[in-house]
Design a protein around this ligand. Structure first.
Ligand code: HEC
Length: 183
C-alpha cells in the first residue's frame, strides 16, 4: 500500500510537470521578443510551450501558419493568432509553417485556460441564450462557427466590435480551436 502511494505521488508529480509546460497567453497583444530583439505580437488565448523559465520572463515556442506578417492557427486562416514585426527571424520555417521562439513576460501567461475566456464567456451567455439554450462551443469546428455566426450575430444584434470579440471566443474554443480539452 505504501509503495502504491509513493508510486502515485511520483506519477502525479510527473503529470503536473508535463501539463505545466503548456501555458496560455493571458493578455491581448502580448509581446514576444526573439534573440535579435525583434517583436511578435501574440493574441489572447494562444497556447505556447515553455522552454525555460527565467525570473520574470519565460522562453516559449509555438508554431503558426504565416501569411504576410500575419500568424494564423492553421492554413485555413480562420483564426489569426498574432503578427510579426518586419525582419522577424523564425526559429524554423517549413514552407508557410513557422516556429517562433522568444521571451514573454510571466505575468502575461496563465496555466488556467478558463481564466483567459471568463469575460467573453459571460458575454456569450448574455447574448446567445435569449432564444435557445447556450450552444456547446466545442461541439462545432472553426469553419462551422464562422458560418453559423454570420446569421447569429444579426439575431443577437451585435455591432462590429462585439462580433469580432465574440467570434474570436467561439473560434478559439471550437473543437479544432486553440483550447486543448479532453472531450
Ligand atoms: C433572436 C434569437 C436568437 C439569438 C439572439 C441567437 N440565436 Fe442562435 N438560433 C436561433 C434560431 C431561430 C436558430 C435555428 C434556426 C437556424 O439555424 O437558423 C438558431 C440556431 C443556432 C445554432 C444551431 C445552428 C446549427 O446549424 O446547428 C447555433 C450553434 C446558434 N444558434 C448559436 C448562437 C450564438 C452563438 C448566438 C449568439 C451570438 C445566438 N445563436 C443567438 C435564434 C437565435
Amino acid at each position: 500500500m505504501k509503495k502504491l502511494i509513493i508510486t502515485l505521488t511520483i506519477l502525479l508529480g510527473f503529470l503536473t510537470q508535463v501539463s505545466a509546460k503548456d501555458l496560455y497567453i493571458f493578455a491581448n497583444d502580448t509581446s514576444l521578443t526573439n534573440k535579435d530583439g525583434k517583436v511578435a505580437t501574440l493574441f489572447l488565448g494562444l497556447p505556447v510551450k515553455v522552454l525555460k523559465e527565467k525570473a520574470k520572463n519565460v522562453e516559449v515556442t509555438f508554431t503558426a501558419f504565416l501569411d504576410g506578417n500575419k500568424l494564423y492557427a492553421s492554413s485555413l486562416k480562420t483564426l489569426e493568432i498574432g503578427k510579426v514585426s518586419k525582419g522577424f527571424k523564425f526559429a524554423k520555417t517549413e514552407g508557410k509553417t513557422v516556429t517562433l521562439k522568444g521571451l514573454v513576460e510571466l505575468e502575461n501567461l496563465t496555466e488556467v485556460v478558463s481564466e483567459v475566456w471568463e469575460e467573453q464567456e459571460e458575454f456569450f451567455f448574455e447574448m446567445c441564450t435569449q432564444c435557445h439554450a447556450a450552444p456547446a462551443v466545442n461541439h462545432h469546428a472553426k469553419l462551422e462557427w464562422a458560418a453559423i455566426f454570420g446569421t447569429m450575430k444579426g439575431f443577437a444584434k451585435l455591432d462590429e466590435e462585439e462580433s469580432a470579440y465574440l467570434l474570436r471566443y467561439l473560434l478559439s474554443n471550437a473543437s479544432d480551436g486553440l483550447v486543448k480539452t479532453s472531450h
